[in-house]
Design a protein around this ligand. Sequence first.
Ligand SMILES: Cc1cc2nc3c(=O)[nH]c(=O)nc-3n(C[C@H](O)[C@H](O)[C@H](O)COP(=O)(O)OP(=O)(O)OC[C@H]3O[C@@H](n4cnc5c(N)ncnc54)[C@H](O)[C@@H]3O)c2cc1C
Length: 473
Amino acid sequence: MVEAWEEVYSSLHRRFKGDLLRPGDREYESARVIWNGMVARSPGLIARCEDVSDVQNAVRAGSEVGILTAVRCGGHSLAGFSTCEGGLVIDLSRMRQVNCDSGARRAMVAGGCLLGSIDTATQKAGLVFPAGVVSHTGASGLILGGGTGWLTRRFGLSCDNVEGFTLITAEGSVVRANSKDNADLFWALRGGGGNFGVVTEFELKLHPLTSVVLAEGLTREADIRRLLEYWRDFMAEAPFELKWNIDLRLAPHKEKVPMELRGRPVASSSLIWTGDPDAGRSYLERALSMCSPDSASSKVVSFLDLQTMADSDFPHGRRYYTKSGFFNDLENETIDRMIDAVTTIPSSETQIELAYLGGAAGRVPADETAFGDRSAPFILNLLGNWSDPAGDERNISWIRGLFSKLRPAMKPGVYINFMSGDEQDRVPEAYHQRWDRMVAIKSHYDPNNFFRLNQNVAPRKMEASGKLNQGVE
Ligand SMILES: Cc1cc2nc3c(=O)[nH]c(=O)nc-3n(C[C@H](O)[C@H](O)[C@H](O)COP(=O)(O)OP(=O)(O)OC[C@H]3O[C@@H](n4cnc5c(N)ncnc54)[C@H](O)[C@@H]3O)c2cc1C
């Protein structure tokens, strides 16, 4: 019997300009690997596209055969959606062009770009695009899901800073979506993830910025409760130029960490100030007063240094598992549950990540983008991070256990880019009031659910027959 991927290969191989990699080919083994080491799958065919026509041909061939298909930019899907077993991977990693128009403060960015490619190109003109905090993350997956990072409070989510998309639909057509053309699709692509097609180009809005003030410090276990209570009230009044993230974790055994804190439960604060450094000093000093003095520091860093400083904390190939949610308020009971949990954390790299959104992102009306309601400012991400497969059960059950304790205090909703692969039942929750509109747009652009390896919004006929995403183990 001819396998589906062999049919796709036969259909593509004469006209494809990029690489068609099959099991046994020289580069296949490295090309099949994605960032999350928990997700090791062997696609039948990896189509590493050279240009837009390659993407069109791969989508058409895949659609005709009806093969299970994954779309990959940076391969950082926590859920592991950018690979599949036995199917087709449409890989955009050779499409990393960035063209920056400094006068217009715009950049045209190809669908395979990593965040680092965008930062490097835009900083040459002293400009920034607000995106995530690790430079080896793919831009496409991050922007399509929403995109939070250091600049979210100052300039909004990544998706709030997209002016237009070029998309290859399930039938292989090129469609442009912006505020004038295909406005429904433009709405859906800003938060709706990979449901609607393959984005080959983004038109991004840029902002002037070249450096920030970075302040960091650790708070010992006994003082974490006081810190979190202070933080929740302080951030409600803080200027948009300030971002303050807090991670609860075991302090790393690193030189800059005071000896007595190493390996102990701590809250690790990271703050940036994006405005005039003098105007930010009092805010940063007040925040750092909640940290152990011998762990606190503050300095001006270049934007490129800021964007790469966490790169080595999240290396490719480790095992990751995540659960996430929003809180309207950070109640004392929630704080206590988190502090209790840190003492039982099973891996020294696992973190309870807390960020306060609001700011420019919070000002965008709920119905303006598929990302939706931004009124709950506290976002929590439980990020399990370990290396030994023997630790899978212990680490995953720790995340699930803590999540179920915190869940009752959460607001319904979840950021799709912080979801695991076993959470398809939470996708309607992610889009709640926007679900019907999402389904209608999906039904129009992808009626057969060709693009289903994602936080899937099934088109109408499939939703009705209960034929949801069957492709993920
Ligand atoms: C180390 C790390 C740091 C992170 N930091 C942040 C952060 O600071 N802020 C934040 O918001 N998120 C962050 N995330 C989450 C991140 O947004 C998601 O993991 C996102 O999916 C990564 O995008 P990618 O292109 O690398 O993913 P991929 O795995 O390549 O793709 C993920 C999904 O996106 C879709 N997709 C990818 N490319 C395209 C395309 N061109 N067209 C259409 N659909 C496409 C597909 O559905 C695919 O399954 C981080 C993740 C990691 C692993």
